[in-house]
Ligand binder design. Sequence first.
Ligand SMILES: N[C@@H](CCC(=O)N[C@@H](CS)C(=O)NCC(=O)O)C(=O)O
Length: 212
Amino acid sequence: MLKIYGAKTFNAVKAVLTTEECGMEYEYINMDFTKGDHKSPDYMKIHPLGKIPAMEDDGHPIFESNNMCRYIANKSGRKLYSADPLEAARIDQIVDFIGYHVGKWISVYFFQEIVMKKFRGADPDAAAIEEAAGFLKEQLPYLDGLLADHKFLCGRDITIADTVAFAMFMTHEYTTFDIVDYENIRRWYDMMKVRPSYAATMKHFPGGYNFD
Ligand SMILES: N[C@@H](CCC(=O)N[C@@H](CS)C(=O)NCC(=O)O)C(=O)O
């Protein structure tokens, strides 16, 4: 059985949401950053850098959340992924676009307005947020356009591009990042949120990314 080690972070949500969508059995192990669970010698055998999330499949350690999602999808019989190289590349290009671009900038809001403000008691860096907002303004219309033509980011079926992106977009509920100008992203987000996988996932993350 899969063992997923997570905490309240979007990277952990990606992995659990993907597992739920794929209908795979798993055990969720909640890691407490404040107690240093992620730096314990046992956990460092699973993730050598002591980062969250990570997983084990029959004792085999796997880390990096997008890679975990792809592995889970492949293992499930390629639900949410594809055996066809071209289809797989089309899914991966959106996963990478989220990882290297859109998600990177959404993370700035998460870091500044949740990590810095709530955990470190510091004022969010307005210039960093403004820079992120500028890049998102350039990048989000592309995703909105994809969703104008399709129900999901890569077509009519849900893929790991959706689960990876959704976990990042959840940030808009807890920070000043907003998607009000993107009608199709909003529709997709609301549709993803009523899927049974979301409710099942959020049992492990009570309160979402809110740490009040
Ligand atoms: N690229 C990695 C990021 C993992 C990561 O940086 N996790 C953070 C929390 S979001 C962490 O564990 N930070 C604690 C640390 O680095 O000590 C992934 O997608 O899994």
